[in-house]
Design a protein. Structure first.
Length: 330
């Protein structure tokens, strides 16, 4: 059985070759499984694509994809999915915090018949800030998106080919891989895996990038629009009741002074809620415009070890290649 491993790469020139070597060594130990690796360079600021090129020269089962600009992690994964051939497809990070030795756990769990398997970390080796924002995002996604409530999603996953083929049909310009899984199947499972310390550098996810990724959940849920309707009805009723109370009190006691401060507080609260809801609606309208305008989810500049006709501009590697079968024999 062929397993395709898709790895979005960003500023990982010092880790990606080591990760490829480790994956190749692990699969060489197992009977019945072979792997191909699709490494997607998301317009890194360092020499990541050069490292991918060296790995593609070393192993013929390593395929490289170079994007024309930085589109984000999930867009890079979507680009890599276009070039997979495996019966099973795996996604993992490029920083060695997902260890290849744990891949076999996913394969064994998939043998039980699950369509998607997620690796749940025993302990997240992120910064305190990222752990906090991650917990908040998980909580909100549990309540705002139609997804299995007993499944904890992560960036370390394994999926069957038919699920991937369905995901590849996605036409939007703002992808969220885990939510696309939830839209496709409910036959999911979690396994507990270890999250390793980052060996080199630090996380490339800034608060701005994390917020942009989180806001992409609007592509998969209309609950925020329903919440805006509830807020509108609630505040309209509250304003109507408050107006009646003020009118009745004024009729009963004409000497009562209507408070300017209380009036301003009500105006500020209601106008704040209105602007918030307008912002939510604006996000939806903006996403519709981007989709209608066919804004590309990603643009492939060039590829490595990918046959003609599969897309992209293929770079022919002239150096002698070491095949996957050769590495197994060694």
């Amino acid at each position: 059985m062929l397993v395709s491993i898709v790895i979005p790469c960003y500023n990982s020139e010092f880790t990606i070759e080591k990760l490829v070597d480790q994956c190749t060594a692990e699969f060489a130990k197992w009977d019945g499984y072979e792997c191909e690796m699709v490494l997607v360079n998301d317009y890194s600021r360092d020499h990541t694509f050069e490292a991918i090129t060296r790995a593609a020269k070393k192993y013929s089962n390593v395929r490289g994809v170079n994007l024309a600009k930085n589109f984000g992690q999930h867009a890079a994964i979507m680009a890599g999915l276009q070039y997979v051939h495996g019966d099973l497809v795996m996604g993992m990070d490029d920083d060695l915090q997902n260890h290849p030795a744990q891949i076999q756990q996913f394969l064994k769990k998939a043998e039980e018949g699950y369509d998607v398997v997620f690796g749940v970390y025993k302990e997240r080796k992120f910064s305190a800030f990222k752990n906090f924002t991650g917990a908040v995002s998980q909580f909100l996604l549990f309540h705002l998106v139609d997804r299995p409530k007993d499944i904890e999603m992560s960036s370390f996953w394994l999926a069957r080919r038919y699920v991937i083929e369905e995901i590849k049909n996605y036409q939007g310009n703002d992808a969220f891989i885990q939510l696309l899984f939830a839209r496709t199947t409910r036959n999911m499972a979690d396994i507990e895996v270890e999250h390793f310390e980052r060996e080199v550098g630090q996380s490339n996810y800034t608060f701005r990038k994390g917020l942009k990724l989180f806001m992409s959940f609007m592509n998969y849920s209309t609950i925020p629009l329903k919440i805006s309707t509830v807020f509108g009805v609630a505040f309209s009723l509250t304003g109507f009741v408050a107006a009646l109370v003020v009118l009745i009190r004024k009729l009963m006691d004409p000497t009562i002074q209507v408070g300017w401060s209380s009036l301003m507080c009500i105006i500020l609260i209601v106008s704040g809620i209105c602007f918030l809801m307008m912002g939510v609606i604006g996000e939806y309208v903006g996403k519709l415009i981007m989709t209608i305008n066919r804004t590309p989810l990603y643009v492939v500049r060039e590829t490595l070890n990918i046959a003609e006709g599969e897309g992209g501009k293929t770079i022919k590697l002239k150096d002698e290649e070491k095949t996957f079968e050769d590495s197994k024999n060694n």
